[in-house]
Design a protein around this ligand. Sequence first.
Ligand SMILES: NC(=O)c1ccc[n+]([C@@H]2O[C@H](COP(=O)([O-])OP(=O)(O)OC[C@H]3O[C@@H](n4cnc5c(N)ncnc54)[C@H](O)[C@@H]3O)[C@@H](O)[C@H]2O)c1
Length: 335
Amino acid sequence: MKILVTGGLGFIGSNFCRYLITKHSNYEIANIDKIGIDANLTNLQDLEKEKRYRFIKGDICNSQLINKIVKQVNVIVNIAAETHVDRSIANPTTFIQNNTLGTFAILEALRKHNDNIRLIQVSTDEIYGEIEEGSFKENDRSKPSNPYSASKAAADMFVMAYHKTYGLDVAITRCTNNYGPYQIPEKLIPKTIIRALKNLRVPIYGSGKNVRDWIYVQDHCEAIDFVLRKGVSGEIYNISAENELPNIEVARKILDLLDKPEDLITFVEDRPGHDIRYSLNSSKIKSKLGWKPKSSFEEALDATVNWYVRNEWWWKPLATEEILHPTPWKVTDVQ
Ligand SMILES: NC(=O)c1ccc[n+]([C@@H]2O[C@H](COP(=O)([O-])OP(=O)(O)OC[C@H]3O[C@@H](n4cnc5c(N)ncnc54)[C@H](O)[C@@H]3O)[C@@H](O)[C@H]2O)c1
């Protein structure tokens, strides 16, 4: 099995490449990444000597390059994307270019060289938008709230359209919020850990009541692997571990694990279009493909906190002024 992973130098991509190499001794992995701002060559330095792994520096929007590479693989797992919601609000164009047009370039290459190459499109729960009660199922309609989720929803639609129109072998995964090793310091869990370790105030958007459904990155990787091997063409699979928590609770748990005072938590001005709650129903992947998450939130959060405590060498060069210095945010008095 020859697999092209796109965006393999990012958080989920690097965990996924390592997962595949460790789990399947007969898989060969090519990882294409443009080395964007969230990419990190050190994420996969442990695979540098692995004969079944190779890295290609390149952009998925480069049709010439993609046309050449797709002919050499059996499966493409498209993980590459611009992923930072705040940056998408500041500069939406980059998100349409990378997330929508990047996926489009892959689809076009597959259309031209269609030789039973399978595409697994790694998408997100954010394409459904927020939900106050209940959980989204795969056939619920997309209602994205910000340019990031809109660019991912548009990519999903192209993937399904290419399946229907040209018969491409595709499957889409939509996962909830991931946490675990190698996640960049800007994201909620690493930012909270790092700032708490430095005894700096921990910023929480708005009132902290926004709910996210958390999954350990290893469980997400395994779910993608299930869809890659067993998923039915043309189907969408929601992935969640049913760990719904308000952001404030996540921050409290981290402070507790690090033995830091709760009053480090500081409420800051909310982000525009901040969805109140995400929730997925993932019974389809469980009943049809037999996947289920293995990690409990408590254990995996503890493992994640320990990983950041032990691996300052990894995150220190990535920690920006905003992460390492006091209160660059607009503090509010929400209680
Ligand atoms: N992080 C989450 O909680 C989460 C949850 C659900 C789904 N997802 C999806 O998983 C994917 C990966 O998320 P992540 O958190 O690992 O992101 P990340 O930002 O850590 O990694 C993305 C990687 O993609 C690369 N990339 C971006 N555009 C590219 C392009 N045009 N060509 C080649 N490489 C490119 C970047 O350099 C980076 O290495 C995204 O598609 C995201 O929508 C993420």
